[in-house]
Every structure is written in structure tokens, then in C-alpha cells.
Design a protein around this ligand. Sequence first.
Ligand code: UD1
Length: 329
Amino acid sequence: MALLITGGAGYIGSHMMWAALDAGRSVVVLDNLSTGRRDAVADAATFIEGDVGDAALLDRIFNDHDIDAILHFAGSIIVPESVENPLLYYRNNTGNSRTLIEAAVRRAVPHFIFSSTAAVYGDPEVIPVAEDAPLGPLSPYGTSKLMTELMLQDTSAAHPLRFAALRYFNVAGADPDGRAGQATPNATHLIKVACQAALGQRDHLAVFGDDYDTPDGTGVRDYIHVSDLADAHMAALAYLEAGGASDVFNCGYGTGYSVMEVIAAVKDVSGVDFPVKVMPRRAGDSPKVVAKVDKLHAHMDWTPRHADLRHIIRTALAFEQQLNTGGRT
Ligand code: UD1
């Protein structure tokens, strides 16, 4: 039996691949390499280059491999791009997910784990935000993910497929063993960008707004280490395999850090006092997004191993250095 990991050549998917291989599972990676990298895929995994929206290819994969669970990471993730090109997001995220879910039903795959996002909450009124909070995505990206959650909900009510949709908060850091990391060119994530500034690849770091209603005026987020997130998927798989009911779960630590706190930690860890410029607010940003994570802890055997902001930053910085020195290009 094998796990099908879509988007397994990308940032989070490649960490998932390592977590699954470390746990002794067989892995098939399906990735179209639009943003993922071939060299992120381990030799121990079977790699198939192709699109999640290609139903004939999916059938070939299900013919060739005995797939007992699908972990679906493939998709587009850039919020402003989704505002400019919504139909791209409804195709890549919603339409392609529909094709994959349909194939899962056709081939009687029992378990499906979906990469959802805190973006489904939009600007939450109550912090920390729980899974039953009102949903109101502020972008086509968030809506495209929410639509997939709804398709999974309706499909699991009508067919034997059971799913876990994991709503990620701010994913950061890199594999502590240096096997994977955030290698996407032009990434916009705060910790990645701050590490690039510390390494002199950017002449400054822009802070998008310091007049929010937060303790120091800058945005507050719940940063989760990518390896802990991958472990949460392994726990979700065990939950489904033990007969757990289809459901959605927040994935964060429940602790918020402001942009200024993150910058101070990156400066401290790197020892570099890079320039910081306060800029106007970025369109679509929430002031504060922090997860309520009681549900994940109540239902799953998950103990975070990397829940420390400085450790997250150390791993991100080490991977960024590795990218620079040509370990990976
Ligand atoms: C990320 C996720 C989104 C998820 C959200 C949950 C991606 C692409 N986005 O978005 O899916 O819903 O977490 O909380 O994975 N900032 C700066 N300067 C910079 C970069 C960022 O000040 O150069 C600030 C932002 O304004 C924000 C914070 O840092 O306050 C985090 O931003 P970012 O890392 O881009 O993630 P989110 O926009 O929160």
C-alpha cells in the first residue's frame, strides 16, 4: 500500500514525503513541477510528473499502485495572484481537486487529507479562532480552498471516502536535517523574506503596516514549523485509519507573534541587524490570526517537536544558506 502525495515536490508536500518515508510508508509523488522541484523528491519515493486535473493519469496511477490514502497538497497559494486571476485558482485548487476526489471515489480510496488554510476564516472576530467560527474568505484563494472542503464534506456524506481537512496557519521553517525547505523563488512569507534580508539578499525588510490594533501595531500570526505540520498529517492519517470521522482541524500552535517580534528574533538568531522599513498596510492582511488548537489535540496523537520561534528561524536560515551556497539552486 502506498500514499499518494500530490504537490510532493513543493514546500510542505516535500516535508510530508519525508515524514511518511521516515515512518516507513511507501510514497508516490504526483507533481507538475510548476512551482515544485524535482530534486526535492527523495529517491525512495516514486515520482510522477503530471497534473492532478488529469483524470486519465490518475487512473493509471491507481492501476499501477495500491493507494490507500491521498494527501492533497498541489495547488496555487498566492493570495494577490488569486485576486487578479481567480479562474486560475478555481481551476488549480477547486476544479483539479474535484477531479482528484472523483478519482478517489471511483477507485474506492478510503482516506483523503486536504491542505486547507486559515484563509477560510477571513478576518476572524474571535481570537484564537476555532473551527466552528464563521467562514468568510477574503480572496479567491481562500474561497477555492473552502469550496474543496465543501466538496469533501458532501462527497464523504454520499460515499465511503473519509477526509481530514487541515487548516494551516503560518507555515515556516525547514527540515532540521536540511533535506527540504522553502525553495520557491519570489516567496513572500515573512520568515523566509527576513532570512533573505539577514543573508544580504535583500537590502531591507518591509513591514506592512504598524498601525494595527495589536500590542506593537504590526500583524500577529501563529507560526507553525513545517515538520510539525507534516507530523500532524501523519497523526490525521492514523486518526482516519482508526475509523475517525471526517472533519476539519486547525493546525497551529495557538501562540501569536507580531511582525516586529519575528524580525527581532531573526536579527538575534542571525546576528545581523538588517534595515527595516515601515510601509503602508498590505491589501487583504488581517490584523491578527491565531489558531485555537484544542480540537487537533483532542482527536489526534500529535505532540509538536519544533514549537519555538527561534528554532523555526534557525532551520529556515540554515536552509536559506544551503540554497545560497549551491547545495540546492
Ligand atoms: C499565510 C498563508 C495563508 C494563511 C495565513 C494564515 C501563504 C502564501 N499564505 O498568509 O494561506 O491563510 O498565513 O495566517 O502561505 N509581512 C511583512 N513583510 C513582509 C512579509 C510579510 O510585514 O515582507 C507581514 C504581513 O503583513 C503579515 C505577516 O507578516 O502581517 C505574515 O505575512 P505572510 O508571511 O505573507 O503570511 P500571511 O499573509 O499571514
